[in-house]
Ligand binder design. Sequence first.
Ligand code: C5P
Length: 232
Amino acid sequence: MTANSPLIIALDTADCDSAVALARQLSPELCRLKVGKQLFTAAGPQCVSRLMALGYDVFLDLKFHDIPTTVELACRAAADLGVWMLNVHALGGAAMLEAARVGAGYRGDRPILLAVTLLTSMGEADMQMIGLSGTPAEAVLRLARLAHACGLDGVVCSAHEAALLREDIGTGFSLVTPGIRPASAASDDQQRVMTPAAAQSAGADYLVVGRPVTHAPDPLQAVLEIRNQLIS
Ligand code: C5P
């Protein structure tokens, strides 16, 4: 399971030196890394390059959502950066998703392109306020089907939705799940958490874990403990 680890550690740090220091405590043999809006806004592409120079696969979690041309060019820039995975919002619609695929795939060795369906922070009342009908689960399914139809490689979703999506869409479509907590860990501000093995059993391909590792007294030990809980 070495270089092919399903574990993605969210490096939600304020600056690049902290992110690199954390990455040095871990190993690319054990996990991949996720760079999100905070770190990228603070430290930019150079930080992504520094992490990749340590041997890590990087998931660039910037959730692009804009007009199709802008998203195409942003995905192209991410592909040039050499990231392993990136994402856009499915709510951008079919034309935007197709443009994202073109942008990400303009080189032969394209990154894995995911869609975020509905933010897991949104409930039915939040959906109604922005004119979306139905339940969150219905919206997630609708948007995941759209992403699949537009040729994206998978979605970011709650582990609680993984089984439904896996059954509906089938295999060959990556499910990347945040909100993962080892059995012994605190849930922090995540509402609906799942253990690593339960998420994998539900169909998740990749598990995003942040604070249980980044805030651990010994981050490497925390990663090793999570790996011991994985279904290999
Ligand atoms: O610390 P924690 O394990 O909760 O971190 C989860 C990471 O996954 C954070 O970077 C967070 O932004 C991201 N995320 C999430 N829920 C989503 C999508 C992304 O927690 N629905």
